[in-house]
Design a protein around this ligand. Structure first.
Ligand SMILES: Nc1ncnc2c1ncn2[C@@H]1O[C@H](COP(=O)(O)OP(=O)(O)OP(=O)(O)O)[C@@H](O)[C@H]1O
Ligand SMILES: [Mg+2]
Ligand SMILES: [Zn+2]
Length: 381
């Protein structure tokens, strides 16, 4: 049997171009290489799993490449690039500061920095989770960081920029990595699914992308997990929601339909079904509110781009948003919001949600009553 390699490793980008969603960083780095204006100390900040270590390694590989492409990318074929790609290059040193944070660890590193590279132009030191270094270790490092030998480049990476002391910050060129957009993650997953010959439903990929909350690595692990569970080469929306234990958005459409019909009985029965499936009332009400928000942004051509759903689902949102009035949506969101805020304090949480649903079912009535009263008072005046 072929060894299984997790997608996050198998699809680690091998050049700047294939890094997703960080073009502000990759472009700047490429320009610096092009103009020979490379800083010697970098600080890569940003959430986990968005490409910090990846970019650090690509930078190390690119500046040592013997045969840069016209586009200032590593060639991936020269000896140096090959060594990098096999994790066998002597020109890159990675230190995980989370587990090696003592003064001695840093002294070792500083010691190494004194030796010029035997091959290639640069030695690159990547220090991951640099905020974990002890204060003493930081101090032992400062001098080297300030006056490094020409061939040494330091790339410090951290998820917690606020924990980095100012003396370090001021000595580094700082790059802030983005969380990656849902669409970009979904597109990347689609590409990988294609490579792996896995048939995938767009909505399944989008759901995984949403769940990953901006981190591409997380998206890839979820993707692997579901593919393994579904034991085949198909990735469906249904399988994904049951694996991730996410409520099918179909329910929200049904609930809103029932609310617009003003049917208390229907909406209570749907809620009962949701609870029986093991879903939590609080998540349900929050999800319902997000759904109402999505309908709301559909109402205006200017805000419609804030709708982050798959192309195939878009039509359905547009349709339902036509059926609901703006005042209905606003009032309904308000009721859901109140329900969400007070949920934890309620002694009977099921009843708490049911009450909100009953109110929601009567929103349209209340709105027309209010309008009627206004009309009456106008007549009298
Ligand atoms: N921007 C991206 N483009 C393409 N793949 C990415 C990107 N970010 C992350 N990945 C994928 O996730 C894996 C892990 O990314 P990486 O190690 O660079 O994250 P990181 O930002 O260093 O995270 P951490 O803070 O946890 O160290 C990569 O091997 C790659 O497969
Ligand atoms: Mg990292
Ligand atoms: Zn090369």
């Amino acid at each position: 049997m072929e060894n299984f390699v997790v997608s996050a490793r198998k699809y680690r980008p091998s050049n700047f171009k294939s890094v997703v969603g960080q073009s502000h960083i990759t472009t700047t780095l490429k320009n610096a290489i092009k103009n020979n204006h490379l800083a010697q100390a970098f600080l890569f900040c940003g959430p986990r799993g968005v490409g910090k270590t990846t970019c650090a390694r690509i930078l190390a590989k690119t500046i040592n490449c013997e045969n840069l492409t016209a586009d200032f990318e590593a060639c991936n074929t020269c000896d140096s690039c090959k060594a990098f790609n096999n994790n066998a290059s002597f020109n890159v040193h990675e230190l995980d500061a989370a587990s090696n944070n003592s003064v001695d660890d840093i002294r070792n590193l500083v010691e190494q920095v004194r030796y010029a590279p035997q091959q290639g132009q640069y030695k690159v030191y990547i220090i991951d989770e640099v905020h974990m270094l002890s204060n003493q270790a930081f101090n032992a490092f400062l001098k080297t960081l300030e006056e490094p030998p020409k061939y040494a480049i330091f790339i410090l990476a951290t998820t917690e920029k606020h924990k980095i002391i100012p003396t370090i910050l001021s000595r580094c060129q700082i790059f802030d990595f983005n969380r990656i957009q849902i669409k970009d993650i979904a597109d990347h997953l689609k590409y990988i699914a294609g490579e792996e010959k896995i048939e995938s439903e767009e909505e399944a990929l989008r759901l995984i992308a949403t769940k990953a909350d901006g981190a591409l690595r997380d998206a890839l692990s979820i993707f692997d997990l579901i593919v393994t569970y579904s034991a085949g080469n198909k990735l469906t929306y249904q399988e994904t929601i049951s694996n991730l234990h996410i409520l099918d958005y179909d329910y929200y459409f049904k609930v809103v339909d029932a609310l617009l019909e003003e049917s208390i009985s229907k909406v209570l029965m749907i809620f009962d079904e949701i609870l029986k499936k093991g879903f939590d009332g609080h998540n349900f009400i929050v999800g319902l509110n997000e759904h109402l928000r999505d309908l709301m942004v559909c109402k205006d051509s200017e805000t419609i781009e804030l709708l982050e759903v798959s192309e195939s689902a878009k039509e359905r949102y547009l349709q339902q948003s036509q059926d609901a009035s703006l005042s209905f949506l606003l009032t309904a969101m308000n009721i859901c919001n109140q329900c969400d805020i007070h949920y934890k304090a309620s002694k009977n949480q099921r009843l708490h949600v049911e009450l909100a649903l009953m109110k929601l079912a009567k929103v349209n009535q209340a709105i027309s009553l209010a309008a009627l009263a206004q009309e009456e008072s106008k007549k009298k005046a």
